[in-house]
Design a protein around this ligand. Structure first.
Ligand SMILES: *Cc1c(COP(=O)(O)O)cnc(C)c1O
Length: 367
């Protein structure tokens, strides 16, 4: 954690208290109103719910504390990613995106940016370390990459991209602002799916863009209001609640992931194990320098598709679902989506279960 993050986490829990009047609800009310009393236009804090609502404002205040930046929220991680890309790119620009990152970002770029005249170039995450960014308008990266868990040096990429005249967008979903600080390392915008650990209970789609340049963030905000990609009130309320426990959930999830990864690495069924916290992981040294924790995602390669599916089917404490970061541990064989990983590759997301029964169930399912 950066030095002032603990204080920011305490402020996050109390950000409402400062403004409370006698008799006000302590917990955030859920405001579903689409219109606001507007006898005249000047000075109204809220106008119409596509422009802003008290519920978004509350969750954006929490996220702004975590990011130490201006935050604009979106109805999903992809809503945030679309906003950052469409607010930053013009016809004739080149954008560099990871060939092995979250696949919907690639499909969006190919399907909608390419036809608008944007040159979309895909490179593997590890190649960001040596790529020439000359001619690029935007360098977009994801680290650790999902699902391969490769890590790239954010500060180094930012320095080289800026020298080449490009701006940098970082998808920080897998680590959250508690464990990785791309804006402090030079990134221009952060995008994230709060659907994952921040909401944390597998019941809300949500996302945000964070940045410290008012003009850039103004365009992101305009994109939301004009495109209409606005968060729902209920989702904003759920994420506000989720964020209050994010730190304690992450503490359990990451501690358990470290224990389970070390045991899986020793297990004869594991052909390969990726977890940045393991001393012999290729990403370990860089992760230690760049991240304030090693996360809750584990990449486990089993013999083949059948062995992997059997393992998931036989383990009662692994939900078989896509997505990650929820309270329940989950597992998914990623090749079923066409990710460029071995057929037996399983992405595990460790939840908040007590670790020993979780491990016992996994070990039994691997027998
Ligand atoms: C899930 C995810 C997204 C997309 O988020 P949604 O809320 O599902 O739209 C983007 N990037 C990464 C790394 C993700 O894991």
């Amino acid at each position: 954690m950066t030095s002032d993050l603990p204080r920011r986490l305490a402020d996050l829990l109390h950000h409402r208290s400062a403004g409370l009047q006698k008799g006000d609800p302590v917990a955030l009310p859920l405001t579903t109103s689409t219109s606001f009393h507007l006898p005249d236009v000047q000075g109204a804090p809220y106008i119409y719910a596509r422009n802003g609502t008290p519920t978004w404002e509350a969750v954006e205040a929490q996220l702004a504390l975590l990011e130490d930046a201006e935050v604009v929220t979106f109805p999903s991680g992809m809503g945030a990613i679309s906003a950052a890309l469409f607010a930053s790119l013009r016809a004739g620009d080149r954008v560099i995106i990871p060939a092995d990152g979250y696949y919907v970002t690639r499909v969006l770029s190919e399907g909608f940016l390419t036809p608008l005249g944007v040159d979309v170039v895909q490179i593997p995450t590890l190649d960001y370390a040596t790529a020439d960014f000359g001619g690029a308008a935007v360098v977009y990266l994801e680290t650790p990459s999902n699902p391969g868990l490769d890590v790239v040096d954010i500060a180094d990429v930012c320095a080289r991209a800026h020298a080449a005249g490009a701006m940098v967008i970082v998808d920080n979903t897998t680590m959250t602002p508690l464990m990785q600080r791309p804006l402090d390392l030079g990134a221009d915008l952060v995008v994230a799916a709060d659907t994952k650990a921040p909401a944390g209970h597998s019941d809300a789609l949500f996302g945000h863009v964070a940045g410290r340049d008012a003009k850039r963030m103004g365009r992101v905000r305009d994109w939301r209001r004009l495109s209409g990609a606005v968060p729902g009130a209920m989702e904003a309320w759920l994420v506000h609640r989720g964020l209050e426990t994010l730190e304690v959930r992450l503490e359990r999830m990451c501690a358990s992931a470290g224990i389970i990864a070390a045991r899986l690495a020793e297990h004869p069924a594991a052909l390969r194990l990726r977890y940045p916290g393991l001393a012999d992981d290729p990403a370990h040294d860089l992760s230690r320098r760049q991240m304030q924790g090693f996360g809750f995602l584990i990449g486990l390669t089993l013999k083949d598709a059948t062995v992997a599916e059997d393992f998931l089917a036989r383990c009662p404490y692994l939900v078989r679902s896509t997505s990650f970061g929820g309270t329940h541990s989950a597992g998914e064989r990623r090749a079923r989506w066409g990710d460029k990983v071995p057929e037996g590759f399983v992405r595990l997301s460790i939840g908040v279960e007590p670790v020993e029964p979780l491990w016992a169930a996994m070990a039994e399912a691997l027998r």
